[in-house]
Design a protein around this ligand. Structure first.
Ligand code: ZN
Length: 166
């Protein structure tokens, strides 16, 4: 893990674990934004609508100690800097801060889930059906486009044949 390194999008420098500060020595380096998903939706949906199909699922999960407490030396004196926390809203959290990415992945990589798992956990049945319908519509549109393309190719070939026999 300690060999991991990144390239900062702000100052263009390569840096390693622990060297989080950017060239201004105040804010952290910036890396590509990453999104983390967790499937910890409350099992009680909270506000079930009529029929229960479109119950709204809402929830916030706070993960503490990201980044963890650290000790720094200022003017020869040891100072303790308290750690931070991140908050997942409806099971999603995104950041471009490499320090937070590093500690999240180091300590919580076992709780992250795929987009499909997230959908299953967080979307109501109605929303999942709607999403499915959207995917089907897109697929149907794609098939139709392909068919039209084939038809026009066939037409084109016929025209060329007729032209060749004249
Ligand atoms: Zn930087």
């Amino acid at each position: 893990m300690s060999l991991q390194s990144w390239k900062c999008l702000t100052c263009n420098n390569d840096f390693k674990v622990g060297d989080w500060l950017c060239s201004d020595k105040q804010s952290n380096h910036i890396v590509e934004r990453k999104e983390y998903l967790v499937a910890d939706a409350p099992s009680d949906p909270g506000h079930p609508a009529k029929g229960g199909m479109d119950s709204k699922r809402d929830g916030r999960t706070r993960i503490c100690n990201i980044p963890p407490d650290k000790t720094v030396i200022v003017n020869g004196e040891t100072q303790r800097v308290p750690g931070g926390f991140v908050e997942f809203v409806r099971g999603r959290f995104a950041t471009s801060d490499p320090e937070i990415q590093y500690y999240l992945e180091k300590t919580r990589s076992n709780v992250f889930c795929s987009e499909a798992q997230w959908e299953q956990a967080w979307l109501s049945q109605g929303q999942q059906l709607e999403l499915e319908r959207g995917k089907l519509d897109a697929m149907r549109q794609r098939l139709e486009n392909e068919r039209n393309e084939l038809l026009s190719q066939v037409k084109q070939q016929k025209v060329e044949k007729v032209a060749a026999t004249r």
